[in-house]
Design a protein around this ligand. Structure first.
Ligand code: PLP
Length: 382
């Protein structure tokens, strides 16, 4: 399925060039200090932490992708997450799904806990569980990450947002796992969307970055103050790389999704694979939710090798697919969650088996990917 090309209508038409010369490629604006006419009149930029033309262009472009009124670009997805958490104060509670990106889990459970902010997990695929936590803990924030990592379960954003809003909780959705091209949580009822630009939107594995979007004017004002005060901003050089990545993001993701579908079909028919996971594959209910909130299935495919395959022999036999953290970019990557994720803070029962792998399918020729998997599986069986 073709991801919707994001539509420029959101901001009333075609993006305007930011220089008098009409540059089609946004210039890299390097100054961080700006001369003022009088002590009280400035250009609106003031200082590099406050404003930068290249960063502003990227923020406007990402607001179009995510269909949000306001957007902030930060130095990484992680600094975006921390900036959002600074909306909270001591005594606040965050409720999140049991499966969560390990970095976010560390921020919640190791950092925020020092400042009197509590984090509770529950099963977001079970409405009764969510309602119980809302009733018992009146959380200030509900943190949704969907699809989940690495099981690729789908969480119903609209449903959880409706329930959370009856308790006045702020609903945050981390959409990194499938990107803002495939899923736009604000239109599904979220108050804040966050995405690591390091992944699919930049797509070229050469820049870190994060994005926060919101339509809520009060949250926007608070986030602006937080970001301008602590300065987790992205340099114009990286902004320029991500602006270039964005030009092809929808096309890249479309091609990668097609590849991912073909790889997942091949894995499904392989007798050495005991389970294949893609968003919506868990059951019909999740497939129905996926169709209503995602445009496609994203580029990730998780699978469990059959018990008779040695997982270490398998992964080290791969010649074409890179063993690497991260996902979403042009190269095909594989991760073994049991060794490559920080499982020290995950409850024992939820720790992944060594036979579980997560593939991020790139722009490579699909036959190269399948051939490499086939030979590595044979090696693992050896
Ligand atoms: N959110 C999710 C779901 C992630 O997987 C990651 C990183 O892997 C992040 C946020 C953090 O992004 P960054 O690495 O850009 O700090």
């Amino acid at each position: 399925m073709l991801p919707a090309q994001y539509c420029s209508d959101q901001k009333g038409g075609v993006m305007k060039p930011i220089s008098p010369d009409g540059d089609l490629t946004i210039p890299i604006h390097t100054s961080v200090i700006f001369s003022m006419n009088t002590p009280s009149t400035d250009s609106g930029l003031q200082y590099g932490r406050i404003g930068n033309r290249t960063r502003q262009a990227l923020e406007e472009e990402l607001a179009r992708v995510h269909k949000t009124n306001a957007g902030f670009v930060t130095s990484s997805g992680s600094s975006a997450i921390v900036s959002i958490c600074l909306l909270l104060s001591a005594g606040s509670t965050i409720v999140h799904h049991t499966e969560l990106y390990d970095g976010t889990r560390r921020i919640f459970h190791s950092l925020l806990s020092k400042f009197g902010i509590r984090s509770i997990s529950c099963d977001f695929n079970n409405r009764a569980d969510v309602l119980r936590e809302l009733r018992n803990n009146s959380p200030t924030m509900i943190w949704i990450e969907t699809p989940t990592n690495p099981s690729l379960r789908v969480i119903d954003i609209k449903n959880i947002a409706q329930a959370a809003h009856t308790r006045k909780s702020i609903v945050v959705v981390d959409t990194t796992m499938c990107s803002g091209i495939v899923q736009q949580p604000i239109s599904l009822g979220a108050d804040i969307v966050v995405e690591s630009l390091t992944k699919a939107l930049n797509g070229h594995s050469d820049a870190l970055g994060g994005f926060i979007g919101t339509d809520n004017a009060s949250i926007e004002k608070q986030l602006r103050s937080i970001i301008q005060t602590i300065g987790p901003v992205l340099s114009p050089w990286e902004c320029s790389l991500i602006l270039r990545g964005l030009k092809t993001a929808a096309l890249r993701i479309h091609a990668q999704q097609q590849n991912a579908m073909r790889v997942s079909k091949w894995l499904l028919h392989n007798p050495h694979i005991s389970s294949v996971m893609t968003p919506g594959s868990f059951n019909n209910i999740e497939e129905h939710i996926r169709k209503s909130q995602m445009c496609g299935k994203g580029v990730l495919v998780s699978f469990i090798l059959h018990k008779n395959i040695d997982p270490h022999r398998f992964i080290t036999a791969l010649r074409f697919i890179h063993i690497a953290h991260s996902f979403g970019g042009t190269e095909t990557l594989i991760q073994q969650p049991s060794t490559m994720m920080d499982n020290s803070i995950v409850p024992v029962l939820q720790r992944p088996t060594d036979h579980l792998f997560r593939l991020s399918i790139g722009l490579d020729h699909v036959q190269d990917i399948i051939r490499d998997l086939r030979q590595a599986i044979e090696h693992g069986a050896g």
